[in-house]
Design a protein around this ligand. Structure first.
Ligand SMILES: *Cc1c(COP(=O)(O)O)cnc(C)c1O
Length: 867
C-alpha cells in the first residue's frame, strides 16, 4: 500500500547529548571531518545506509538507543567537545574581521542551485557546487554573506540506466522537515511569508527555509505551501524542470521573492541588510527589479533607482554557450510584470533591461544575461579566458569600444579545499610536514613529501575508489535487470595497479563525453595494452530534455558493456557529490576535453589536483591559465579552420597519442626504456616508484593547491568586487541618494548631448624621423564639445602595437589634459606619449564621459573616436 501522506517526526534528544542536534543542523559537519567522523562512528552501518546524512541518522535512533548513547561517557564527551568547537568556529574573528570599515556589513549571494552536501540535493552540476563552495569558503573566512535560493521539492533527478543503456530519471520527493533546515518564523510563530502577485488575480506565496552553512545563513524559498493553488505550488517542484512560464516564475520568485525574503530575514533577526548583491549567473536577475521597486516606492525616479541598484550589484556570468543563457519572450515577461509584480515601475523600462537591442540580437527577446549586465556596475567571468570570451560575446552592449575594454573582468573559480580534499591526503600532508590543523593543508612544502609515501597513498586512494566502483557497478546492473549470478565479474572490475583516468561531469554536447570513442579500436588498444594499460571511470547526468546527451551516454555505456573491456572501463550512474568525493582522489589522471572555449572554468579538475591527480585537458577554462608544462598535459586544440568532424578527429588523435606516448609511460616508469620491451613497473628506479610521476604530483600540490582554493576566490571577490561595490553603493545612497541622483543626472545629460561631440583635428608634434625607444612626442587634439563641459569628459590617446590593417593591440590609455579653451565649445587637449616598445606603433584619440562614480571608461557605452 502507498502512503497518502508522509511527514517526518523529529527526534527529541536526551539532555546530555542534545548537542548532536546542533551538530546535525549546521552543515559545517559536511566539511569538518572530525564531526563527520563522529557521526559515522556512532553507527557506521546506518551512516552508510542513510548516505552520510546526520539528520537521517539521528532519525533512525529509537528511545532505547538514544538513552544508551546519552549514558555513554565517550559520546557525551565527544558531543561536548565538538559543540564547543562549533561555537568557537561560529563566533571567533576570522580573516574578514581584520578588514577595515570599507568592507560591506553584509552581502547577499543569489544562485538558482546550491551544492553543499549530497544530503541536501539542491544542485545539478558545477554552478551549484561552486555556489556551495563559495558559501563554505565565505564561512571559513568570516565573510558576512547571506545565500538566497529556492528549495526544490525533488531537487535534481536521480539517474539510473535501462537495460539498453538509456538514462532513466526519477525524482524522489524531499520532505523539508527531514532536511537540515529550519523555517523562518515571525515573532508570533507564524511562518514568514513572501507573496508575489500572478496574472488573473492569482498569488504565489512562499515559505523561507534557512540552512546554516557554517556561519553563513542560506535562505531557500519554497512555494509548496498552503494557500497556493496547485500550479503555484509546483513552481518549486524541481530544479530546471520545465521551460517557459515555469522557468520564468522560478526566476521571478528567486530574484524578487529573494529580496523580499532578505528583508523579512533582516526584520526578524535584526541582522544588517546587505550592502552588496551578487548574482551567480543571470537566473536571479529580477532581484535588481525588486530593489528598483523598493527605491521608486521610496520616491526615487527610474534612472536614480537604477543607478543606485547598479552601484551595489555584482553579476557573474558563467557560460559562453548561448544555449546556456536564459531567454524569454518580452511579451511573456510583460504578461507577468503587468500582474503587479513591480507596482510603480514602468514595465517598458524593465523590459528595456533585457532587450537584445544591439547588432545580432533579437529585440523581441528578454535576455537574462543582458539584464544582469545592465543591472550591475561590476561584472565578471569565471576564468581569465572566460573573461576574454565574455567580453567578445557581450561587446555589442558597448559598441565603439575595443573588446578588451568591455567592462567584464574575471575571477577564476576555486574549490572548497576542506570539502574536496580526501581526509587521508590532508592528514598525510599535515603529518609529513608537521603543519597545524588549519582548514587547508599548507601546500607550500609539498615538494618535500617522501616519494614512497606519496605513491603508497595514491594506491590506497585508487583502491578505495575501486571498491566503491565495484559496488556501484553491481547495483547498477541489478537495476538494469541482471541476475546476481551474472555479476561475479564486477568483483574483478578495475585493477588497483593500473593507471586510472577519470571523466565525470554533466553531459551537454560541448563537453564531448564520447570524444574518447572517436576511434573505438584505438581506445580498446589503450585499455588492453599488455604493459601499460589504462582504465577509465566515467560518470555524468544528461539534462532530461537533452536527447543528444542521452544518446552519448548510451553509446558510451554500450562500449563499456563489452565483456572484452568491461574490466577496464566503467560508467557509474548518478554522479553526485558523494561519488565525486571518492572519484577525484582515486584517479591518477583527470580528463577534460570540451570544445574550447566553451568550458567557462571547470572545477572538477581542481578537485582532482588537490588530491594529487594530474590533469589531462584541453586548454580551456582554468587549465588555460594554470597549466605550466609540469602539472599535467595539454590536449592541443585543432585549428579554427577545421570542420567540427575534423576537429573531433584531430583532438581525439592527440588525446590517444598523449596517453600512449607520455602519460602511460611516465605512470609506469617506462620512460627511459619505452619501446625497448619494457617489462613492468619500476624500470625507473627498481623500487616501483615512478619518480617523475610523483614529482609531478608534488609539483601539482605545491603550485595548484593555493591557486585553486575557494578561499583565494572569495578573497578575490571581496577585494576586487564586494568592497568596491560597497563603496559605490554608499556613495550612491549617502545624503538621501544624492550620489545616485547626481550620477543619474550626469548620465542623462551625457546621453542627450553626446552626439554633439566631434574630434576635429589631431596633431603629433616632435616625432623624430627615425623614432627610437625612449623618445617622446606630443599629441594635440582639437575637440568640439557642444554643450558638454570639459570636466565631464576624458580625452584620451589609446596607443599600442599596430597591425597591417591598422588595428591597435595591447593598448594603453593616456589621458590628455585640457590646454586651452578655444571658445564656442571648442577645446585643445594635449599630452605626451612615450615610445616604450620597438616595432610598429600607432595611436588613436577618443572622448569618453568621466565621472568619479563610474567604474570604467566604457561603463555608459558612450564614446567618440577620432577619424
Ligand atoms: C565539481 C562537480 C561538478 C562540476 O564539474 P565541472 O568540471 O565544472 O564540469 C559537477 N558535478 C559534481 C558532482 C561535482 O562535484
Amino acid at each position: 500500500m502507498k502512503a497518502i501522506r508522509r511527514f517526518t517526526v523529529r527526534t527529541v534528544l536526551p539532555e546530555s547529548i542534545s548537542g548532536l542536534g546542533t551538530l546535525a543542523a549546521n552543515l559545517r559537519w559536511s566539511w569538518h571531518e572530525p564531526t563527520a567522523r563522529f557521526f559515522r562512528e556512532l553507527d557506521p552501518e546506518t551512516w552508510a545506509a542513510v548516505r552520510e546524512d546526520p539528520v537521517a541518522l539521528l532519525g533512525t535512533f529509537d528511545r532505547a538507543r538514544l538513552d544508551a548513547l546519552a549514558a555513554d561517557e565517550r559520546v557525551v564527551e565527544g558531543v561536548g567537545r565538538l559543540t564547543a568547537e562549533l561555537r568557537d568556529y561560529l563566533t571567533e574573528p576570522r580573516w574578514y574581521q581584520g578588514l577595515d570599515g570599507s568592507a560591506p556589513q553584509a552581502i547577499a549571494y543569489f544562485s538558482p542551485e546550491y551544492g553543499i552536501t549530497a544530503a541536501l540535493p539542491q544542485y545539478s552540476g558545477g554552478l551549484g557546487i561552486l555556489a556551495g563552495d563559495h558559501l563554505k569558503a565565505a564561512s571559513d573566512l568570516g565573510v558576512p554573506i547571506i545565500g538566497v535560493g529556492l528549495l526544490y521539492e525533488a531537487g535534481y533527478f536521480k539517474q539510473s540506466l535501462s537495460r539498453d543503456a538509456w538514462q532513466q530519471e526519477t525524482y524522489p520527493v524531499l520532505d523539508p522537515h527531514g532536511l537540515p533546515l529550519t523555517m523562518l518564523r515571525e515573532d508570533d510563530g507564524a511562518p514568514a511569508m513572501v507573496t508575489l502577485p500572478l496574472p488573473d488575480g492569482r498569488h504565489l506565496r512562499a515559505h523561507i527555509w534557512r540552512a546554516d552553512v557554517g556561519r553563513v545563513p542560506l535562505l531557500l524559498l519554497d512555494a509548496d505551501v498552503p494557500g497556493n493553488d496547485d500550479a503555484a505550488r509546483a513552481i518549486t517542484d524541481r530544479l530546471y524542470g520545465g521551460g517557459g512560464d515555469h522557468r520564468l516564475q522560478q526566476e521571478l520568485l528567486l530574484g524578487m521573492g529573494g529580496v523580499k525574503a532578505l528583508r523579512a530575514y533582516s526584520r526578524i533577526t535584526g541582522n544588517p541588510a546587505p550592502e552588496v548583491f551578487h548574482t551567480n549567473e543571470g537566473h536571479a536577475g529580477f532581484l535588481g527589479v525588486e530593489r528598483i521597486r523598493e527605491l521608486m516606492d521610496a520616491g526615487l525616479g527610474w534612472s536614480e533607482a537604477l543607478t543606485a541598484v547598479r552601484s551595489s550589484t555584482v553579476f557573474t556570468t558563467h557560460t559562453p554557450v548561448p544555449a546556456g543563457i536564459d531567454r524569454f519572450e518580452s511579451l511573456q515577461v510583460a504578461h507577468f510584470l503587468r500582474a503587479g509584480l513591480a507596482p510603480g515601475v514602468p514595465t517598458e523600462d524593465i523590459l528595456s533591461l533585457g532587450r537584445e537591442d544591439y547588432a545580432g540580437g533579437d529585440p523581441a527577446t528578454f535576455n537574462m544575461a543582458v539584464m544582469g549586465l545592465r543591472l550591475a556596475q561590476r561584472a565578471n567571468g569565471v576564468a581569465k579566458l572566460h573573461g576574454r570570451v565574455s567580453r567578445g560575446m557581450f561587446a555589442g552592449l558597448w559598441a565603439g569600444f575595443d573588446t578588451e575594454e568591455v567592462p567584464i573582468g574575471s575571477v577564476t573559480n576555486g574549490v572548497h579545499v576542506p570539502t574536496w580534499v580526501d581526509p587521508q591526503v590532508a592528514e598525510f600532508v599535515r603529518g609529513s610536514l608537521g603543519s597545524s590543523a588549519a582548514a587547508e593543508p599548507d601546500w607550500s612544502r609539498a615538494d618535500e613529501l617522501p616519494d614512497e609515501d606519496v605513491w603508497a597513498l595514491r594506491r590506497r586512494l585508487r583502491s578505495q575508489l575501486i571498491a566503491d566502483v565495484r559496488e556501484r557497478l553491481r547495483s547498477s546492473w541489478l537495476k538494469r535487470g541482471a541476475a546476481e549470478s551474472e555479476l561475479a565479474w564486477t568483483n574483478g572490475a578495475l585493477d588497483p595497479d593500473v593507471l586510472t583516468i577519470g571523466f565525470a561531469r554533466r553531459v551537454p554536447t560541448y563537453k564531448r563525453l564520447t570524444l574518447m570513442l572517436r576511434d573505438p579500436a584505438r581506445l580498446k588498444a589503450l585499455l588492453l595494452h599488455p604493459e601499460r594499460p589504462i582504465q577509465l571511470v566515467i560518470a555524468g547526468k544528461s539534462h532530461p530534455a537533452d536527447e543528444a546527451g542521452k544518446k552519448m551516454i548510451q553509446d558510451l555505456v554500450r562500449f563499456t558493456d563489452d565483456p572484452a573491456v568491461r574490466h577496464r572501463i566503467v560508467f557509474l550512474p548518478n554522479y553526485d557529490m558523494r561519488m565525486a568525493r571518492t572519484l577525484f582522489p582515486g584517479c591518477d589522471v583527470w580528463l577534460n576535453n570540451p570544445l574550447r572555449p566553451l568550458e567557462a572554468c571547470g572545477t572538477s579538475g581542481m578537485k582532482a589536483a588537490i588530491n594529487g591527480a594530474l590533469n589531462l585537458s584541453v586548454m580551456d577554462g582554468w587549465w588555460d591559465e594554470m597549466y605550466d608544462g609540469d602539472n599535467g598535459w595539454a590536449i592541443p586544440t585543432a585549428p579554427a579552420s577545421a570542420s567540427p568532424e575534423e576537429r573531433d578527429d584531430i583532438e581525439a588523435a592527440a588525446l590517444y597519442a598523449l596517453i600512449e606516448n607520455s602519460v602511460a609511460p611516465r605512470f609506469y616508469g617506462h620512460e627511459e626504456t619505452a619501446g625497448a620491451g619494457a617489462a613492468g613497473p619500476s624500470q625507473e628506479t627498481g623500487d616501483g616508484v615512478p619518480r617523475q610521476w610523483v614529482r609531478m604530483i608534488k609539483h601539482t600540490l605545491a603550485e595548484l593547491g593555493p591557486k585553486v582554493s575557494a578561499e583565494r576566490m572569495v578573497q578575490d571577490y571581496v577585494n576586487g568586487l564586494y568592497v568596491p561595490a560597497a563603496g559605490s553603493g554608499r556613495a550612491a545612497t549617502r545624503g538621501d541618494f544624492a550620489g545616485a541622483r547626481e550620477l543619474a543626472g550626469f548620465t542623462r545629460r551625457m546621453r542627450s548631448a553626446w552626439s554633439d561631440i566631434v574630434v576635429e583635428h589631431v596633431d603629433s608634434v616632435g616625432i623624430a624621423e627615425e623614432p627610437r625607444i625612449g623618445d617622446e612626442f606630443r599629441v594635440n587634439t582639437y575637440i568640439r564639445l557642444g554643450g558638454v563641459e570639459p570636466s565631464d569628459v576624458a580625452v584620451q590617446a589609446v596607443h599600442g602595437s599596430v597591425s597591417e590593417s591598422d588595428e591597435l593591440t595591447g593598448t594603453s590609455v593616456t589621458d590628455l589634459s585640457l590646454a586651452e579653451n578655444l571658445g564656442e565649445g571648442r577645446y585643445l587637449f594635449s599630452g605626451k606619449l612615450h615610445l616604450e616598445r620597438p616595432g610598429a606603433f600607432g595611436y588613436g584619440v577618443r572622448v569618453v564621459p568621466r565621472h568619479a562614480s563610474l567604474a570604467s571608461d566604457a561603463e555608459l557605452g558612450l564614446v567618440t573616436n577620432a577619424g
